[in-house]
Design a protein around this ligand. Structure first.
Ligand code: SF4
Length: 295
């Protein structure tokens, strides 16, 4: 359990500047060999503290959070708890977000949809099937696409990430296919984060993704028509920032989890050309910039 800036999820176009109470339990339905949360995601014993839904909601309010994020491992592993908590949270005016690998049924989405405001759906290795089977022990990628379509249908704000693991996966062809699918099925304003891999867990021998490869991936995703693409895990890179899709002006300056400068006019309009930037909610200046752990 921790208080996180919303940008850490990452959600860049959803209540910018807000904080979320992040919670997780042990376990995951995937076996990613590069998982950076493997200490909890691959734990077989039930460890940790018991936190009933009301306590979670009270803690979020106590720390001034605007929402609750079910994250770090896989929220569908503790679906019942997320469902009960999200209902209570909504009644208290808090929003709810999932950070998920997307491997869930349409029925699960229909069940949680009335209470789930946003989701970060994480691809790895460009969504390449061989990569999913070999390095994540996942038999098929199709359910993730079906889940994304169901989330869109139910009006859940979705941001998609892709962890680039250049040595084994992430050909630019895979990335192009993924970007094209997002653009055609979720819309050109869907936020797409390209995340840098760093050696972890059972992939300590694999080097971090070269920045040049990430920049190339950014260019390819742009060519496919997406308006809002970001590079993640590269603090200080210019592609952490938001540029107006119409006039190209830099309108949000970021550094890691922090918004350094916000130039949008009320209503999230570009200050140069008046274009409406696809952002849910208004910016909260002075929001939490750094995560802090509560357990
Ligand atoms: S889906 Fe996420 S939490 Fe689960 S094993 Fe893979 S990287 Fe770790």
């Amino acid at each position: 359990m921790a208080v996180d800036p919303i940008m850490k999820k990452p959600l860049y176009h959803f209540y910018p500047g807000s904080s979320v109470l992040s919670i997780a339990t042990v376990g995951c339905n995937f076996r990613c060999r590069f998982c950076d949360n493997w200490v909890i995601s691959q734990e077989r014993d039930i460890v940790g503290r018991e936190l009933p839904p009301q306590r979670i909601v009270d803690t979020a309010l106590e720390y001034g959070c605007e929402g609750i994020s079910y994250t770090y491992t896989e929220p569908t592993i503790f679906f019942e708890l997320t469902y009960d908590t999200a209902k209570l949270a909504r009644d208290k005016g808090l929003f709810n977000t999932y950070v998920t690998n997307g491997y869930m049924t349409v029925e699960a989405i229909e069940c949680i949809a009335p209470y789930l405001n946003a989701a970060t759906v994480d691809f790895k290795g460009g969504g390449n099937l061989d990569f999913y089977q070999k390095y994540m022990s996942v038999p098929s990628v199709d359910p993730i696409y079906e889940a994304l379509e169901a989330m869109k249908k139910h009006g859940i704000h979705v941001e998609v990430t892709n962890l680039m693991v250049t040595k084994y996966g992430d050909s630019l062809e895979d990335l192009r296919k993924l970007a094209r699918w997002i653009c055609e099925n979720l819309g050109e304003d869907t936020v797409f984060h390209i995340l840098r891999f760093h050696p972890d867990y059972q992939m300590l021998d694999v080097p971090s993704t070269p920045i040049k490869a990430m920049e190339e991936a950014y260019r390819v995703a742009k060519e496919e028509g997406l308006n809002y693409i970001y590079l993640g895990n590269v603090p200080g890179h210019p592609y952490e920032d938001t540029y107006c899709p119409r006039c190209g002006s830099k309108i949000i300056d970021r550094f890691s989890f922090e918004i350094v400068s916000w130039k949008l006019k009320p209503g999230n309009l570009c200050p140069e050309c008046g274009y409406k930037i696809a952002i849910v909610g208004e910016y909260k200046p002075g929001g939490s910039g750094y995560p802090f752990s509560l357990i």
